[in-house]
Every structure is written in C-alpha cells, then in structure tokens.
Design a protein around this ligand. Structure first.
Ligand code: ATR
Length: 286
C-alpha cells in the first residue's frame, strides 16, 4: 500500500491539493495515496487520530483547522509559531510536527512568476487573520521597506503589527486612513471578504500603474478584488494559484526530501477552466 497523505478542511471538495501532490509525486516516480478529508473543527482531532492509526505520514490543513492543528502538534517550526497556525503536519514517531509553508509559498510565487522582490518595497496588507499573519511575517523577513496593515477590526491589525515589531516600518492603519495613502508597490488581499461574496471598499489612490495587486485566494473569491484593481488601472494582478502550488511544493519537500518543479503544475492548472479566476482571467492578466 502506498504511504498515506491527506488534506483536511471544510469545505474541501474543490481542493486542488490532491491533484497537485499527484503531479509532484509523478515527477519522482513516488507512489502515494493523497486524499481530501472533509472535517470540521469538532471532529478534527479524532479524524487526525484515525488517519495516524491508518498509517498517515503527513497532512495539509486548511480552513478552518489551521489554528487547531497548531495546538495538536508536539513540536512546531519557528514559522508556525509566529503565524500561530500550521498548514503542514509531519508524522514523527507517534507525534505530529507542524510547519507553516504559506509565507514561503507567497515569497516564491512573487519572485518566480512576478519578478517581485519585497526588499525595500512599500507594501499594504489587507486583513489581519490567520492567512495575513503568515504573509506579514514573511514580508517582514524579506526586508520590506514599509508594511502597512489595515483591517476591518483595527485592534487585530495593531496586534499583528506589534507582534512583528520594528515600528515604524511595520504599522497598523485604520481602514478610513487608507484614503490618505498612495502608490503602494504591492497590495495583498488577505481578507476573507471574497469568500463571503463581499466587496472591499478601497480608495483608488492606493494603486499606481505598476502596483502588483495580489489576492491570496483563487477562483471566484479572488475576482472582486482583482477586477477592482484592473478597473483602477493596475497592470499587474494575481490570484493565489501560484502561492497554493508553491506552499504545496514546500510541504512535499518536508515529507519526501525533494523539491518538485512547480512550473509545469502551474501551467497545467492555470489552463484548466476549473481553476480560473475569470471574468476572462481578469482581462488577460493572469
Ligand atoms: P483566514 O484564516 O482566512 O485569514 P480569519 O482568521 O477568519 O480567516 O480572518 C479573516 C480576515 O478577513 C480578517 O482580517 C477579517 O477581518 P476582521 O478581523 O475584522 O474580522 C477579514 N474580513 C472578513 N470579511 C471581511 C469583509 N467583508 N470586509 C473586510 N474584511 C473582512
């Protein structure tokens, strides 16, 4: 029987992770059994125990389970501790070790597909939840010149800016204050607004023509933000498909000791209609 891996989350039926890991495994001739397991917060611990008993060697964890996964780990990486969440579980004897590869995945995608180096650049992060935390620490590590964090609930933005430290380069701002800000090099949407079908109320002055506008989600939740960015004049927009594949490659390397090629996987998924952030792939820019 091939070794067992899985992604846990809710909802999980549309997860691309089983396809991504199957394509990675094929690059090395590795046989593995990677499945999507739908489970909510209440049943996660027992589902993960059952998975381990059945020989589960590693797992990815997505919404809404990343914080719970962190709490279940006997040991965690520095990245996981700072993000306060775990997206990668590694079986170690009869314990789980936890890591967070989301931040590394974003930095790789920015570098490889967008030629964007955060060092010294002026960045705006929208949101201060679990996804935003991993991104904020990764951007800080990459040496951003300035990171402004804006969140609907301002106290969460302040708490995140304080956790990173190094003020005034890292700072929180109230949503209203965004109207006074201009011309960021990078704007990252890490809010869950698109998942709930809501639009963000953002001033157009945030963007210059060369601003890279990046939504961490892909598919329909990314559309509203990216269409707004294009309509505002941004020529560089991206959904989070590349980040998804890069964070998966980091997980794969932790489990199997080899880093897979991500370019062919990205090309195949980007060409697949199921994975599109239409309208018209946000007017031909994805
Ligand atoms: P995730 O793990 O995806 O980051 P989360 O921790 O629940 O999920 O965080 C969701 C983020 O989206 C938060 O920053 C949230 O803002 P609040 O802290 O004010 O709740 C943000 N968010 C969700 N819906 C939003 C909306 N309609 N407008 C603006 N921000 C929204």
């Amino acid at each position: 029987m091939p070794p067992r891996y899985a992604v846990f989350g809710q909802p999980i039926t549309h997860s691309l992770s089983p396809r991504i890991h199957a394509m990675f495994a094929a690059q090395f001739g590795i046989a593995l059994d990677y499945r999507a397991i739908e489970v909510g917060r209440e049943d996660f611990t027992s589902a993960l125990d059952a998975f381990a008993r059945d020989g589960g060697r590693g797992a990815n964890v997505t919404l809404p389970l990343k914080e719970r996964a962190f709490a279940l780990c006997a040991r965690t990486s520095e990245e996981a501790r700072r993000a306060g969440s775990v997206n990668t579980l590694i079986r170690n004897g009869d314990e789980w070790r936890g890591d967070s590869t989301d931040g590394a995945g974003l930095l790789r995608d920015l570098h490889q597909r967008h030629g964007f180096e955060p060092h010294g650049r002026c960045c705006l992060l929208l949101g201060a939840g679990g996804a935003a935390r991993a991104v904020a620490f990764a951007l800080a590590d990459a040496g951003v010149g300035e990171l402004v964090i804006a969140n609907r609930t301002p106290e969460r933005a302040s708490a995140l800016a304080d956790a990173i430290g190094t003020a005034p380069r890292m700072r929180a701002c109230a949503w209203d204050e965004l109207a006074t800000m201009r011309d960021f090099d990078l704007v990252v949407n890490a809010t869950a607004a698109g998942h709930a079908g809501n639009r963000l109320d953002l001033p157009t002055t945030l963007l210059a023509p060369a601003t890279l506008c990046y939504d961490l989600s892909y598919g329909s939740p990314a559309i509203a933000f990216l269409v707004w960015a294009r309509a505002t004049g941004a020529t560089r927009v991206s959904d989070g498909l590349g980040m998804l594949i890069e964070q998966a490659a980091e997980s794969f390397a932790l489990w199997h000791g080899h880093r897979p090629e991500t370019a062919p996987v990205y090309a195949e998924l980007r060409a697949n209609p199921d994975c599109r952030s239409s309208p018209d792939q946000v007017r031909g820019r994805l």
